[in-house]
Design a protein around this ligand. Structure first.
Ligand SMILES: Nc1ncnc2c1ncn2[C@@H]1O[C@H](COP(=O)(O)OP(=O)(O)OP(=O)(O)O)[C@@H](O)[C@H]1O
Ligand code: SF4
Ligand SMILES: [Mg+2]
Length: 360
């Protein structure tokens, strides 16, 4: 129970509008009194393959409040999907949480993944990176939905069928009755994605994790899926963890962004702040690599970040971006860069951030 003093502090500090994230709550001592929907603290995940361990997520801390949207961006192999799988208790085979804690609505999910499994599909919905592959090929969409609905709610078959049709309508499927009798192989990519979203939200979760929800779709369908995610968020006050390489997509949907590199969260802040005034050299280069319609291909090649994410076995004492960073200095390879406050709610882990930082 909160004491009267702590309750007063909570009310005074509480963000009046959860869609406008408060400044430094992630790093503030006052967060002790507040409970986010999802809280991840110092999470590290390893894959044990043969004699070596690949550290896919390294000491990552983040939070998502009810109704809020956070995008996780970064190059391929930076650990985005691994982090989502850890939240859902879906790390299998060689993957395991090495350190850290995950809490959902105050319930500790680590180190045992069994509690994650009870929340999965009920409080946390997941749209997997390969939507078609995540659907059961030998069951109709309707059967899959009724199965998931009845696994978490005490519904008769008839009521589950009605709820399945309703959620298919809600995700924009024009003839839910017809589509619910189809198998995944009979659907277009966009329809598969909508069906996967319907499966993820049918039990009214508080958090939706969407891993690359538009990467396999053409631009017009991508725009429709994004509009759908935004609408669902508004209508259901659904929190969204959006995983993507696509920075343009993220800028249109997420209120906050966390940039990952080599398993580390290297920059985080309000999307507008991070995109307009990135502080980490990697984020700055990532933004410079975005193609735009004005680009003259005949006059200059598109910018690219030289090199690639290091393999884990190379081992780094300092900043793992150092081999690719044009402004690296000796200190960068010797110790881990600290998290510097750039401005309210905006942090970057770098010895030499690009642009000014808050020194107060
Ligand atoms: N099952 C596995 N066994 C061993 N290593 C794995 C496994 N799954 C992922 N990894 C490694 O973990 C690291 C992070 O992978 P992850 O799939 O989380 O990255 P990602 O950011 O989601 O990439 P992408 O954008 O390509 O989906 C990579 O180095 C990857 O090779
Ligand atoms: S810490 Fe050094 S090497 Fe790493 S991104 Fe910053 S300047 Fe570059
Ligand atoms: Mg991935």
């Amino acid at each position: 129970m909160l004491s009267k003093k702590h309750l007063f502090l909570y009310l005074a500090l509480r963000n009046p509008n959860p869609r406008i994230p408060n400044s430094d709550f992630q790093h503030s001592e006052f967060r002790v009194f507040l409970m986010s929907l999802l809280e991840i603290e110092h999470l590290s995940v390893s894959y044990l393959t043969g004699a070596c361990a690949v550290r896919a997520v390294r000491d990552v801390s983040l939070h998502i409040d009810a109704g809020e949207s956070l995008a996780l961006v970064g190059e391929t192999g930076s650990g985005k999907s691994t982090l989502a799988l850890a939240v859902l208790g879906l790390l299998e085979g060689p993957g395991a949480i090495a350190e850290g804690e995950i809490r959902m609505e105050g319930t500790r999910l680590t180190p045992d993944g069994s509690l994650s499994r009870t929340l999965r599909g009920r409080r946390v919905g997941m749209v997997f990176q390969d939507a078609r592959g995540s659907l059961n090929p030998v069951l109709t969409i309707g059967s899959q939905l009724t199965e998931v609905l009845r696994a978490h709610q005490d519904l008769s078959r008839k009521d589950a069928n009605a709820a399945a049709q309703a959620v298919l309508g809600e995700v924009g499927i024009p003839e839910p009755g017809l589509l619910s009798r189809c198998y995944p192989a009979e659907l277009s990519g966009g329809m598969c994605q909508r069906a996967a979203i319907a499966l993820a939200i049918c039990n009214r979760p508080a958090l939706l994790i969407a891993d690359e929800p538009t990467s396999a779709l053409d631009p017009s369908i991508q725009a429709q899926i994004l509009a759908l995610l935004r609408r669902l968020q508004d209508q259901r006050r659904l929190a969204l963890l959006l995983i993507s390489h696509d920075l343009a997509l993220v800028s249109g949907v997420a209120e906050r962004v966390a940039v990952m590199y080599h398993g580390n969260m290297i920059e985080t802040g309000r999307t507008e702040d991070v995109f307009r005034r990135p502080a980490h050299p990697y984020t700055s280069l990532l933004l410079a690599c975005r193609p735009d319609l004005e680009h003259r291909w005949d006059q200059s090649p598109l910018a690219a970040i030289p090199g690639s994410i290091p393999t884990d076995t190379q081992g780094f004492r300092g900043c793992s971006f150092a081999p690719r960073c044009r402004i690296a200095e000796t200190a960068c390879s010797e110790s881990v860069p600290p998290a510097l406050k750039v401005r309210d709610g905006h942090w970057a882990s770098c010895f030499k951030p690009v642009g000014p930082v808050d020194t107060t």
